[in-house]
Design a protein around this ligand. Structure first.
Ligand code: 2E4
Ligand code: SF4
Length: 328
């Protein structure tokens, strides 16, 4: 006997666009894949290439070995620097050991590094707006000698700076910050340091600001907004915060479909969905497929911008024999 199944409840999904992988992430992943093809495994990667467990695990299965520091890289093996960039000391250490380096630092992070370096060489104190301890911030601070760059996160931090008000002070920012919050910090810097110099507005990249703009458009129209992304992903966490402050009833970060908050989903009529810059589209589709098992979805894409940015791959250096091998 055929028992008719209960009709699935309708659920409207507003799908943010742009969402997910940006040009810097696609380039970084392609660099590890190309390094594996050219050099063969193992290819060492300093830090998670991007902050996404699915991406890291897939590359591990292909032969990438993720390490925290260069001392875990054997002499002579290639090492990839992650998309978040590295401090100068790391680059120098790799040079001293003559490790073949492939640099997957996002070109938009590298641009901030060059600006900081320019200011420091010109003798200007630099204020960096960013989150203490984050890999990108560690790398950007590390473009200058200790003490030359002052890290702030909030207007209150700006008030605590002891730099002279009558000098030219430069500033730079992490690329993945919340746009409005950062503007408030820059405004306070301008008030305290009238000769402030730096980017036109901030160093927040096109991908970060486009993903936030799409969330802002969707947030007031949904009961719950889900961001596919990792707990250690700065840009993904900012999307959750932006959703909360711009009117979403609730906003949460999920890594994959298995994190879907089913009890909460039973209580809502409209869901917003987006993904951080390090989350592949496949994970968004996995979430939608899981939702379709329980709901009749009405998926509407809300597009705020078209993205055409792409970055070329860097140079891949030749492999040299390790010093002890060369002596044999
Ligand atoms: C480099 C710079 O910085 P965040 O934690 O957002 O990094 P994630 O790996 O999540 O995203 C890619 C990325 C890499 C963003 N900016
Ligand atoms: Fe580069 Fe922006 Fe992507 Fe970061 S989020 S990797 S800065 S494009």
């Amino acid at each position: 006997m055929n028992i008719p199944s209960a009709p699935r409840r309708p659920l409207t999904v507003l799908l943010a666009a742009p969402r997910g992988s940006c040009a810097g992430v696609e380039r970084a992943i392609a660099i590890v894949e190309e390094a594996l093809r050219r050099y063969g495994p193992p290819v060492y990667v300093r830090h998670e290439i991007v902050h996404n467990r699915y991406v890291v695990d897939r590359l591990k299965r292909q032969g990438a070995v993720f390490v925290d520091e260069l001392d875990a890289v054997p002499d002579g093996r290639p090492v990839v620097f992650s998309a978040h960039g590295v401090a100068e000391t790391v680059r120098q250490e790799a040079g001293r050991r003559r490790l073949p380096v492939v640099d997957a630092t996002c070109p938009l992070v590298a641009k901030v590094h060059r600006a900081v370096d320019r200011h420091v060489r010109a003798g200007r104190p630099v204020v960096l707006i960013g989150h203490d301890g984050h890999a990108e911030v560690v790398g950007t601070l590390g473009q200058a000698p200790p003490g030359a760059v002052h890290l702030v996160e909030s207007p209150a931090d700006v008030d605590r700076l002891t730099l002279p008000a009558d000098r030219t002070i430069a500033y730079a920012t992490q690329t993945t910050l919340a746009v409005e919050e950062t503007a408030a910090v820059v405004t306070r810097l301008q008030q305290r340091f009238p000769l402030l110099t730096g980017p036109a507005r901030d160093d927040i990249c096109y991908a970060t600001s486009n993903r936030q703009a799409a969330v802002k458009a969707i947030a007031p129209r949904v009961d719950l907004l889900l961001v596919v992304g990792a707990p250690n992903s700065s840009n993904s966490n900012r999307l959750v915060e932006v959703a909360r402050t711009t009117g979403a009833g609730d906003a949460r970060l999920i890594e994959r479909a298995h994190d879907l908050p089913w009890d909460r989903l039973e209580t809502i009529a409209s869901l917003g969905l987006t993904a951080g810059a390090s989350a592949p589209e496949l994970l968004v589709q996995e979430v939608l497929d899981a939702l379709r098992l329980r709901f009749t979805l009405d998926v509407r894409t809300v597009r705020l911008a078209e993205e055409t940015q792409s970055f070329r791959l860097p140079r891949f250096p030749p492999l040299f024999a390790a010093p002890d091998q060369a002596a044999e």
